[in-house]
Design a protein. Structure first.
Ligand code: FAS
Ligand code: PHB
Length: 389
């Protein structure tokens, strides 16, 4: 079999790239090692930058997001017992869209199915070959048969644990990493959100985040130790701890109810450079990971896809390699700005082992300055709504 672009990974990056390529008449195939249902069963991001919203519209998969998504003009920082609103729209003229990654992935899968383009799920042992030569190809196994797909390019959209980055010779790759000494314990529950906007809370007991998926479905997180076990966290214990980390008005008004999803996610910052090796491109989490504090992970996948699609379009439409040659440098410039922002939000809002009383006062002073300075709030807001592509 032959295609123009072989895409490894059917998460947001792979699906978005695949749809843009299909819409431009560029042949592509998507391979994933798990099933569609498994992918749709993962609960992840919840906040979309305008850039991601625009990319979904460009892919022709934005209709349900505009119908069911929640445009948000601001969010709150809670510390020292009080809420402080960051007026995103007032400060930047832009907003974010609250719409779950699960829904976005579902919409892209539905669009791909309607386009009739091929995806292979539960493809095992997917392996990129000869991507530093003239004839790249991908092999995979399905139902006991080994398949080969010859292609012009391979897009490694297979996430942090994928095969693409690991297929690059170590000598050709430089990676940067910071692992945080805590995780996020998150729940989903069919209860109305405690507030109409997100609340990021700094508290001596640890960070908390009140988010949502709709007006009836809440997504809550609390910072937890890395060795915590989900089975040790009943819903009651989770809500008690969450309420202790929020201002009294929210703790008292919170509607609680049974969680139907509960998970612990570790936090890390990670960047692999460069993001291109011959005919192989790393896209999204395959190339970088950010702590979810800045709501950037999913949104960086969108800007990577924007740059790569622009390059591939130039290659096929104008026989120009300028765009694909510039991909890594263009993508990394925005990646590092988002990595910095996510690191700074994480550092400002979480309790570290060495924070102590002095460190807590410093964090509160930083937050107090931030919410009382238009310049500082504007800087925060423009990073949160998303820096330009
Ligand atoms: P993905 O990881 O989504 O998709 C990669 C795909 O590649 C998967 O479907 C996988 O099955 C497939 N794959 C992997 N290895 C393969 C192989 N060898 N062969 C074939 N296929 C293979 N971001 C936020 O902005 N906010 C959040 O709150 C947030 N929470 C998160 C919680 C968790 C637990 C995780 C892991 C991530 C979270 N993220 C969050 C980040 C997340 O949303 C990612 O940024 C987003 O999924 C990136 O999309 P992709 O790059 O497509 O990678
Ligand atoms: C979420 O709703 O899952 C979410 C929202 C904002 C974040 C992280 C996660 O910064």
């Amino acid at each position: 079999m032959r295609t123009q672009v072989a895409i490894i990974g059917s998460g947001p990056a792979g699906l978005l790239l695949g749809q843009l390529l299909t819409n431009a008449g560029i042949d592509n195939i998507i391979l994933d090692r798990v099933s569609k249902d498994y992918i749709l069963g993962r609960v992840r991001a919840g906040v979309l930058e305008e850039g991601m919203v625009d990319m979904l519209d460009r892919a022709g998969a934005g209709e349900r997001m505009h119908r069911e998504g929640l445009p948000h003009d601001g969010f709150s920082l809670a510390f020292d017992g009080r809420d402080h609103r960051i007026d995103l729209f007032g400060l930047t003229g832009r907003r974010v869209m609250v719409y779950g990654q699960t829904e976005l992935t579902h919409d892209l899968m539905d669009k791909r199915e309607a386009s009739g383009d091929s995806s292979v799920y539960e493809a095992t042992n997917v392996t990129p070959h000869d991507f530093d030569g003239a004839g790249p190809y991908v092999t995979y196994e399905k139902d006991g048969v080994t398949h080969r797909i010859d292609c012009d390019f391979i897009a490694g959209c297979d996430g942090y644990h994928g095969v693409s980055r690991k297929s690059v010779p170590e000598s050709a790759l430089k990676s940067y990493e910071r692992i945080y000494p805590f995780g996020w314990l998150g729940i989903l529950a069919e209860v109305p959100p405690v507030s109409h906007e997100l609340i990021y809370a700094n508290h001596p007991r640890g960070f908390a985040l009140c988010s949502m998926r709709s007006h009836t479905r809440s997504r809550y997180y609390i910072q937890c130790a890395l060795d915590e076990k989900i089975e040790d966290w009943s819903d009651d214990r989770f809500y008690d701890e969450l309420r202790r980390r929020l201002p009294a008005e929210h703790a008292e008004s919170m509607v609680t109810g049974p969680s139907f999803e509960k998970s612990i996610a570790p936090l890390r910052s990670f960047v692999a450079e460069p993001m291109r090796f011959g005919k192989l491109f790393l896209v999204g989490d395959a190339a970088h990971i950010v702590p979810p504090t800045g709501a950037k992970g999913l949104n960086l996948a969108a800007s990577d896809v924007y740059y790569l699609f622009d390059g591939l379009l130039g290659y096929y439409a104008d026989k120009s390699s300028a765009g694909i040659d510039a991909y890594s440098e263009r993508a990394l410039k925005r990646v590092w700005r988002a990595v910095r922002f996510s690191w700074s939000m994480t550092t400002m809002l979480h309790r570290f082992p060495d924070t102590g009383e002095f460190g807590q006062k410093i964090q509160e002073a930083e937050l107090d300055y931030l919410v009382s300075s238009k310049a500082a709030s504007t800087a925060l807001a423009e990073n949160y709504v998303g820096l330009p592509y």
